[in-house]
Design a protein around this ligand. Structure first.
Ligand SMILES: Nc1nc2c(ncn2[C@@H]2O[C@H](COP(=O)(O)OP(=O)(O)O)[C@@H](O)[C@H]2O)c(=O)[nH]1
Ligand SMILES: [Mg+2]
Length: 287
């Protein structure tokens, strides 16, 4: 499975983010807790060099809690930046953000105070790949519906600030970074989690691949969800057939509607109904 997709406005967006970074005290980097390595755009580290940073492992409600905790420790150890698990849909973890931000920029703020400036809120820029939850995170932090829910990279206009509790000002437009499709595995993980849209990959391929991965790594989740008691078939495609039958997803004539099963399966995975999964462990990655 390969995904080739390089939007033309990527370079422009990067320039914009670089300019905007000059206006902020700290970067809040949002990652997907299910794929912390694949959802990370490595360019941010060179772009935001020297800036304090807080890493958010968002969608942690969908991720394996033990691995999320491993990732928190890993990021702190390897990058020096603290990582915090959050669920921006329900607001879990969000309350800890202002305190962590203030701590991370305390030195910078006291330097400002020493040079005679008046205290001001901490200016934060939220960055991350599309669909990682930047808008939801901003809205939860600000306590109202302010951030645009659609990503429109490349638009230039005056920057505005959203006042949030705990002495934070958030840049109203998050920095949208494109994921890096480094290899087929990364592309697959981005597709499976829904970071990239369905029109550039085949949902059936992704569902089969994902099914294979879950059969290996979280077999009990499949058994529980689809009430499977017999031994798993070897082939993922056959497994999709089994699920299709138990779900009654049949075409006229009684054959399993494989396309439909693939869609349903992906949806159940992404919504958390199948369970909580993390597709990457820190020990397999360098950050
Ligand atoms: N389960 C879960 N879904 C989330 C979370 N944060 C965002 N979402 C969902 O992810 C999708 C993309 O969120 P959005 O904030 O628009 O992403 P953005 O493109 O980074 O601004 C939306 O459908 C949200 O419902 C989270 O913490 N948990
Ligand atoms: Mg958004």
């Amino acid at each position: 499975m390969g995904i080739q997709w390089f939007p033309g406005h990527m370079a422009k967006t990067r320039q914009q983010i670089k300019r905007d970074l000059g206006l902020v005290d700290i970067v809040i980097e949002i990652l997907d807790a299910r794929i912390p390595a694949s959802s990370r755009n490595p360019d941010i580290s060179s772009m935001a060099k020297g800036k304090p940073r807080l890493i958010i492992l968002n969608k942690s409600d969908l991720a394996d809690p033990a691995l999320t905790s491993d990732w928190e420790g890993f990021f702190l150890k390897k990058t020096g930046f603290p990582a915090l698990a959050a669920d921006s849909l329900n607001g879990k973890g969000i309350r800890r953000v202002p305190g962590m931000v203030q701590k991370l920029i305390a030195k910078r703020m006291s330097a400002l105070a020493l040079s005679g400036r008046r205290p001001r809120p901490a200016r934060c820029m939220v960055v991350g790949i599309p669909n990682v939850g930047k808008s939801y995170f901003i809205n939860k932090l600000a306590g109202r519906n302010v951030a645009r829910t659609e990503d429109k990279p490349g638009i230039t206009r005056g920057r505005q600030w959203i006042r949030a509790a705990g002495g934070l000002d958030l840049m109203d437009t998050p920095g949208v970074l494109w994921p890096k499709f480094a290899d087929a595995t990364v592309s697959f993980r981005l597709a499976a989690t829904g970071a990239i849209k369905g029109d550039i990959y085949d949902p059936y391929d992704v569902a089969c691949h994902l099914l294979g991965w879950i059969m290996q790594n979280y077999p009990h989740a499949l058994r529980q969800r689809y009430k499977i008691t017999e031994e798993f078939p070897v082939e993922e495609a056959e497994m999709l057939q089994v699920i299709g039958k138990t779900r009654g997803l049949l075409l006229a004539g009684g054959k399993v509607d494989a396309t439909k099963v693939a869609q349903v399966f992906l949806k159940e995975f992404r919504s958390g109904r199948l369970g909580r999964f993390t597709m990457e462990a820190p020990e397999d990655h360098q950050v």
